[in-house]
Ligand binder design. Structure first.
Ligand code: Q46
Ligand code: ZN
Length: 315
């Protein structure tokens, strides 16, 4: 296999582009796709400061590495979710990447700051661990980006993630989610920060190849809560289709972005007010994150044997 660009030995083939690249040309291809995504979806400008959501996995580290290589001011934010070994290892990988490139990594410990540990949440609330985790991450990223004056929050969602989310939303005709599934989601209200996905043009195996070629040391283990997630089944189904017909995932998601507007954008506008606890925009008196924290606190207090002090020292 020859590199489409320099005719040297190719290591990465990209059937949907009818192309194959050597290491050097693949890294250039990857950076080009990230730049195109940023420009075409009007994600941010060259002087904007970007807060990158870091999990320690291949996608978030590949995104951070690519943004820094392209000259963007990108700071990482890692949220310690309190999921045993998995969290310890991901924190270590995130920190070691930051140190190796001299970038800033902010760390938020959910337990220390909010009394939440996703690893212990099962049964303490009506939510599944992944739903509580997603809610907590969205809240923490938005709050820190806002407080620290970042223009945008960037996440490492790739083409496979977006196509799987689209399939899930379509299977249940979640029109509200379909209306908001954007590579660049503008802040719809004050108190919210713009969210962008600069890897949406790149497939998961391409971010994996980038991570390997760039020597990124990422956490390979999956979060223990990921087992059985519907998104994995949607990815498997899409991979089968992609194998038969390369380009299916890309066409599925990109054509949706191109044609969807007139079908899903007429949703009723919602009125948001500040959460009475944390100030984040919400439709209720308390935002969903503050309600989750309260629910977990009161469940934990009920479980605690009488006479024992609260382990967090605050209750
Ligand atoms: S980290 Fe969190 Fe994922 Fe683990 S608990 Fe679920 S959502 S699977 S990205
Ligand atoms: Zn709140």
């Amino acid at each position: 296999m020859r590199c489409t660009k320099c005719k040297g030995h190719a290591w990465v083939d990209i059937p949907r582009h009818h192309a194959a690249y050597c290491d050097t040309c693949f890294v250039q291809f990857f950076h080009r796709q990230v730049s195109r995504a940023i420009d075409e979806a009007d994600m941010f400008g060259p002087n904007d400061s970007v807060l990158v959501a870091i999990s320690g996995g291949k996608d978030s580290l590949a995104l951070w590495d690519a943004l820094l290589s392209l000259g963007h001011a990108a700071t990482g934010l890692y949220v310690d979710l309190g999921i045993g070994e998995y969290s310890a290892l991901s924190h270590e990988k995130a920190q070691s990447f930051a140190s190796s490139v001299g970038a800033d990594l902010l760390v938020v410990d959910l337990k220390a700051q909010y009394g939440l540990r996703i690893g212990e949440i099962k049964g303490a609330t009506g939510r599944t661990p992944c739903s509580a985790c997603g809610l907590a991450k969205r809240h923490v990223f938005n709050k820190h980006a806002l407080d620290l004056g970042f223009a945008v929050i960037a996440t490492g969602h790739n083409l496979d993630d977006e196509a799987a989310t689209l399939l899930g939303n379509l299977l249940r005709w979640q029109t509200g989610y379909l209306a908001r599934q954007e590579p660049a989601l503008r802040a719809s209200s004050s108190g919210l920060v713009k969210k962008v996905k600069p890897l949406y043009r790149l497939a998961e195996r391409e971010t994996a190849a980038y991570a390997v070629i760039r020597g990124l040391d990422y956490v390979v283990e999956e979060c223990p809560n990921a087992a059985g997630a519907s998104s994995l089944a949607y990815k498997e189904a899409l991979n089968l289709l992609e194998e038969r017909s390369p380009g299916t995932k890309q066409a599925f998601y990109w054509e949706f972005l191109r044609k969807r507007r007139r079908h899903f954008e007429a949703e009723e506008p919602v009125t948001l007010g500040p959460c009475q606890q944390c100030g984040e925009p919400t439709t209720a008196r308390l935002c969903a994150f503050c309600r989750l924290v309260k629910e977990v606190e009161s469940r934990m207090a009920r479980r605690r044997p009488r006479g024992l002090p609260c382990p967090s020292g605050v209750g």
